[in-house]
Ligand binder design. Structure first.
Ligand SMILES: C[S@@+](CC[C@H](N)C(=O)[O-])C[C@H]1O[C@@H](n2cnc3c(N)ncnc32)[C@H](O)[C@@H]1O
Length: 266
């Protein structure tokens, strides 16, 4: 199953850009570069790792667990399957997949932030999930698994940060067995206008402030709304999944569209 070198699939390599994505967005402290080198993104997650779970619970008002549960359900696991959780962070989605309810027999979590993974390992040791969880440090654009190594794959709130999204999605398709399912969670914009207006204020003002105070990181929680703003809208991201070779692509809004659940088949 493991392939330490990882492989690049030829399909669809290259940068995708949402219309109007200039690679940077304005924030209170001036321009916030979104086109950061991978080492800088990993360093940012290293720096906020210790407060990441707490801030997740707080800033999502506890909804993050329900969103991850929906991604687990979308894989339709029967029990005992091998699953990849890409951009696993502190392994919450990996743990949900390997729980008795999730049903995975073995989960490989991949992330490039050493500190997020260190905290994930503490959690997997403490919680003793029903399935085995293994955490590997690697870039999403070079997944260290063999072709068709897994039956299902998830990406929770991580694809937004990846530079070459089509390249990473093509990598996920490479390591999925034909017909295997992919479930992706990513932030979006709520559909109903009154909710959208309130949410915009929260997401662009309150969240960066609480995030900055909670994480003691100057820009990580300003990067979040900026990176969500630069992420393709749901129809464009569905198209991207198709360009990476996935079929049966669908998207479901969760919590008024604050989050979108994308699912597809390899
Ligand atoms: C917002 S966190 C999400 C963590 C987790 N999936 C969750 O649901 O809470 C995004 C994670 O993606 C990881 N990440 C971002 N870009 C990556 C890349 N190119 N390769 C590997 N990991 C990446 C970051 O290190 C971080 O841990």
């Amino acid at each position: 199953m493991l392939d330490p070198g990882g492989k690049r699939s030829g399909a669809g390599a290259g940068r995708d850009r949402a219309p109007g994505d200039r690679g940077e967005a304005a924030n209170a402290a001036g321009p916030l570069p979104l086109d950061r080198p991978p080492g800088e993104i990993a360093g940012m997650f290293d720096a906020i790792a210790r407060r990441y779970d707490l801030l997740n619970r707080l800033l999502s008002a506890g909804r993050d667990r329900a969103w991850r549960a929906r991604a687990v359900d979308a894989l339709g696991l029967q029990g005992g399957e091998r699953v990849l959780d890409l951009c696993t962070g502190t392994a919450d989605l990996a743990l949900a997949l390997a729980s008795p309810r999730g049903g995975a027999g073995c989960v490989v979590g991949v992330d490039f932030s050493a500190e997020m993974l260190r905290l994930g390992r503490v959690k997997t040791a403490r919680r003793r999930p029903a399935g085995a969880v293994r955490l590997l440090r690697a870039d999403a654009e070079r997944i260290p698994l063999c072709d068709a190594a897994v039956d299902g794959a998830t990406i929770g709130f991580g694809i937004r940060n990846v530079r070459d999204r089509i390249g990473a999605l093509a990598e996920v398709r490479r390591v999925l067995r034909p017909g295997g399912r992919l479930a992706i969670l990513e932030f979006g914009e709520p559909g109903p206008a009154p909710v959208r207006a309130m949410y915009r204020w929260y997401f662009h003002h309150l969240l960066p402030l609480v995030g900055r105070l909670g994480s003691r990181h100057r820009s990580a929680y300003a990067y979040l709304p900026a990176s969500v703003g630069a992420f393709p809208a749901p129809p464009a991201f569905c198209e991207l999944l198709g360009r990476a070779g996935f079929t049966d692509v669908r998207v479901d809004p969760l919590t008024f569209g604050i989050v979108y659940l994308y699912s597809a088949r390899a």
